[in-house]
Design a protein around this ligand. Structure first.
Ligand code: GTP
Length: 603
């Protein structure tokens, strides 16, 4: 098929606006899958995705469509659609010339719609606006069209109205894709060059790379070289996804396909990397840069006998998800484990859920944290670490403040869309989370779009849930990276009977230290059972105690069995009890039940 008759596009949409349903319809309509196979949403292949109804791993399908008597090749590149996954969206967009912007005609434009639209515009992609779910009675397509016009300047006359569920209007979507989206700007008569925009791991074939060919052609048996690592590999097999794998002998510029080339691990296939033929020169194919993990959490086995099996489960998972970073970690209370880095909280949840479902692991996940940057002031420490700035995601490793000159924390630019009646409460939450409003505009008379700069650490836990519950589910939220900015931080230590407990320490903003301190000691008081000794729970910053609670000891009456009588014996028993208490006090922190740590650490 000539380049002029190829179209590469994605569907971008807010979560649940019907992207997978539309993709299925497009596949059915073009005969790629048969109708009513009972297997709905073919593009969502992982179990977790089915359960949560969200798409995590981008997948792709090449389909054919006849338009004005000519056959066109359409490469539909599936994108995951959730607040956490903007990087997977942008990796998919790197292979596209246009997008279908799908909007639910009932719920209208949502935060992710706005974020995705801007991503597409930044990449100068053609946008095909489509309203979905017009079969629903209370759908309000006219209002949503107006919103699209006022927010993005989209001409309402160009907006298609469909029901992906019933198939109404779907054939027109295919025609519009061909009319509105340009053919790929690629050259076939030049040296081969391609972009790796996704990869996953296959037990038998190693890492598989999904590539978009920008120049030339690639044939089976040729040797390719990675621009990033300079390593080369023989191309063992090439296939296109329709959506099932379908072997082909070559791929030409403009096409999207899957190659297997003996890459042992997914660490070798770098998403965003350019591949070219062995010993040839090439320039980078895209400005695409892979995102760094934003959220870190400790993962530990419930008991150490499960260590080996958990390790192998994590290794297998990471093979398939190169965005996760892994470092060995250990803690006195939880033993040996790992510190994993994720793109966001949802990414972490899905990862852990898959660990449980697909590998039967039952890990303990510690409270997630972000990475802080601290600029050292102590020349000795600078010399020791070889640099003046440390990156710290584990509170236990936070240096003493006297050695620190400046603190930096990651911020995000959040987009919130909400019905006007909830604005007051939502602003309240944003302020409480140290948010700074950037802008606020009325989308129409009932909804508002606000932009806030927020510290990442304040939103990773439950911000999204708070917004949802405050607004009866109507507010939506999406965020993008906003870089590091100077801030004021302290390390909050928890002491049990005077001894610091490493697992419980946290990095908090100075203004929040007292509040968090009170909260933590209060929670611990409920969680730690009464013991033979009195337990003092203190939350401290340095040597300053910010909050304190005491758990009273049981007073076991050791003299109960003695009926009056011998006073010296009585005294001896009481003395022994006091000594016992002293010993216990020393070990008091160890006597904290295992689950207490877990329950405090767990969200
Ligand atoms: P993610 O994969 O999580 O991003 O969701 P999605 O955008 O792919 O949404 P999905 O296709 O899973 O659809 C979400 C829900 O909307 C499902 O319950 C669909 O059955 C329903 N749905 C999709 N399209 C239509 C439609 O045209 N009409 C109606 N009534 N329901 C629809």
């Amino acid at each position: 098929i000539p380049v002029q008759r190829i179209r590469n596009f994605s569907i971008i949409a807010h979560v649940d606006h019907g992207k997978s349903t539309l993709a299925d319809r497009l596949l059915e309509l073009t005969g790629a899958i048969s109708q009513n196979t009972g297997q709905h949403q073919v593009l969502d292949s992982l179990q977790v995705e089915r359960e949560r109804g969200i798409t995590v791993k981008a997948q792709t399908a090449s389909i054919f469509h006849k338009y004005k008597g000519k056959l066109y090749l359409l490469n539909l590149i599936d994108t995951p659609g959730h607040v956490d996954f903007s990087n997977e969206v942008s990796r998919s967009l790197a292979a596209c010339d246009g997008v279908i912007l799908l909007v639910d005609a009932c719920h209208g434009v949502q935060a992710q719609t706005v974020a995705n639209y801007h991503l597409a515009k930044q990449r100068e992609l053609a946008v095909v606006p489509v309203l979905n779910k017009i079969d629903i009675k209370h759908a309000n397509p006219d209002r949503v069209c107006k919103d699209l016009q006022s927010l993005f300047g989209i001409d309402p006359a160009t907006i298609l109205k469909i029901s992906a569920k019933l198939g109404t209007g779907v054939p027109e979507v295919l025609d519009r894709v061909i009319e509105a989206i340009p053919a790929p700007k690629v050259k076939r008569d030049s040296q081969f060059r391609a972009l790796i925009f996704d990869s996953w791991f296959d037990k038998y074939r190693g890492a598989l790379n999904l590539i978009y060919v920008l120049n030339g052609t690639l044939a089976q048996g040729q040797d390719i070289q990675s621009l990033a690592t300079k390593k080369f590999y023989p191309v063992k097999s090439i296939s296109v996804l329709r959506p099932a794998e379908c072997h082909v002998s070559s791929l030409a510029a403009g096409q999207v396909g899957l190659i297997a080339c003996n890459m042992r691990s997914s660490k070798e296939s770098i998403i965003g990397d350019t591949i070219h033929l062995k010993n040839e020169q090439a320039t980078a194919a895209g400005s695409y840069k892979p995102q760094q993990p934003l959220v870190f959490a400790g993962v530990f086995p419930v008991d150490q006998s499960k260590h080996v099996s958990l390790r192998s489960a994590i290794e297998k998972m990471v093979l398939n998800d190169s965005a996760v970073t892994v470092k060995v970690d250990s803690s006195p209370a939880l033993g040996q484990g790992w510190r994993l880095g994720f793109l966001g909280l949802l990414h972490m949840e899905v990862f852990c859920q898959r660990l449980e479902q697909e590998h039967g692991a039952e890990p303990i996940i510690t409270a997630p944290s972000v990475t802080y940057h601290v600029v050292l002031s102590n020349p000795k420490m600078i010399k020791q670490s070889g640099k003046d700035t440390l990156e710290i995601s584990n509170a236990a490793l936070f240096p003493d403040p006297i050695n620190i000159k400046e603190y930096y924390e990651p911020l995000v630019l959040g987009t919130i869309i909400t019905p006007t009646e909830y604005v007051g409460q939502i602003i309240g939450v944003c302020v409480e989370r140290r948010g700074v409003q950037q802008s606020s505009i009325n989308i129409d008379d009932s909804r508002i779009l606000m932009k806030y700069i927020l510290p990442l650490s304040e939103i990773i836990l439950d911000f999204h849930d708070r917004l949802k519950s405050l607004s009866s589910g109507y507010a939506s939220f999406s965020y993008e990276d906003y870089g590091y900015h100077e801030t004021d931080l302290v390390r909050l230590d928890i002491h049990l009977n005077g001894r610091p407990v490493e697992e419980l320490c946290r990095i908090v903003h100075t203004s929040k230290a007292t509040g968090v301190a009170r909260d933590m000691v209060h929670k611990l008081k409920d969680l730690i059972p009464k013991q033979m000794v009195q337990i003092a729970i203190q939350a401290c910053v340095g040597s300053k105690v910010l909050a304190r609670e005491t758990i009273k000891a049981y007073r076991k009456d050791v003299t109960a069995k003695l009926y009056g009588g011998d006073v010296t014996r009585r005294m001896k028993l009481l003395r022994q009890q006091a000594e016992g208490k002293k010993k216990m006090r020393m070990f008091a922190n160890v006597r904290v039940p295992h689950e207490t740590f877990i329950n405090v650490l767990k969200r």
